[in-house]
Write a protein that binds this ligand. Structure first.
Ligand SMILES: Nc1nc2c(ncn2[C@@H]2O[C@H](COP(=O)(O)OP(=O)(O)O)[C@@H](O)[C@H]2O)c(=O)[nH]1
Ligand SMILES: Nc1ncnc2c1ncn2[C@@H]1O[C@H](COP(=O)(O)OP(=O)(O)O)[C@@H](O)[C@H]1O
Length: 215
């Protein structure tokens, strides 16, 4: 197998959003396993930890006072209230990754995607995940068995509003078959990396090739 040529490029902010239960967490995890050049942004949240979640891994779980202090001090790249809880993206790790030419994955809602679009524009790629049907969404939320009936009902009632934002996204995937949806998400990541304007080292690369003698 031939080894690939490495050309310097800008990192991108890769946003995945969906109504709760459509599968964005599952798809994001699979993307991280399949590709080692993308890091996930770990958000801060005031929502209670779910069974199986780990502080600092799934989210950094903080109280409302801490969150609001961080928000006031400008420590978030974006922040929003979703289902009565606060969520925010810490600035530092994202900026470091982008400067190093690494990509960052965001599992955030449409409000966060809109705010990021104002800050980074050309470095932003957005993907919206749709469930195959309303019934499937309900069943996934119930089968996940991590939220009370009341919370599931609330998430279902918010789904229409979430879904209504799909048209603000650059890509849309219907997550019916998990394998297919995972491949589609990976394909978007790979194609977006090849955008000419992201490949900042292309000019030097081509220049050196054109300048070479003896072909
Ligand atoms: N704007 C914004 N939204 C976030 C952030 N972190 C998570 N979210 C969104 O908040 C919503 C609720 O997330 P979560 O409580 O984990 O529930 P889940 O989506 O059902 O797993 C989802 O739409 C997430 O994408 C963040 O840092 N900023
Ligand atoms: N394509 C799929 N087919 C069946 N179940 C799925 C599929 N994708 C995800 N799930 C399941 O649906 C539930 C919700 O997925 P999750 O990734 O937590 O959604 P979200 O992060 O969007 O709230 C989980 O139990 C997950 O295993």
């Amino acid at each position: 197998m031939t080894s690939s040529v490495s050309i310097a490029r800008r990192g991108m902010l890769f946003v995945v959003s969906s109504p709760s239960g459509a599968g964005k967490t599952t798809l994001s995890r699979r993307l991280l396993e399949a590709d080692k050049d993308i890091d996930i942004s770990i958000s801060f949240t005031t929502r209670p930890m779910r069974p199986g979640e780990k502080d600092g891994v799934d989210y950094s779980f903080v109280g409302e006072n801490t969150f609001l202090r961080m928000q006031k001090d400008g420590e978030f790249l974006e922040s929003a209230k979703v289902f009565d809880n606060w969520y925010g993206t810490p600035k530092g790790p994202v900026m470091t990754a982008i400067e190093e030419g690494r990509d960052v994955l965001f599992d955030i809602d449409w409000q966060g995607a809109q705010q990021l679009a104002e800050v980074v524009r050309g470095d932003l790629v957005t993907v919206f995940i749709l469930p195959p049907s309303r019934q499937a969404l309900f069943e996934r939320l119930k089968n996940r068995a991590q939220d009370s009936d009341e919370v599931v009902a609330k998430r279902m009632s918010q789904a229409d509003h979430e879904i209504s934002h799909y048209a603000e996204y650059g890509y849309v995937i219907v997550n019916h078959d998990l394998e297919l949806a995972s491949r589609q998400l990976l394909a978007i990541l790979h194609a977006e990396r090849l955008r000419r304007r992201r490949q900042t080292g292309l000019r030097d690369f081509v220049q050196s090739m054109i300048g070479e003698d003896g072909a």
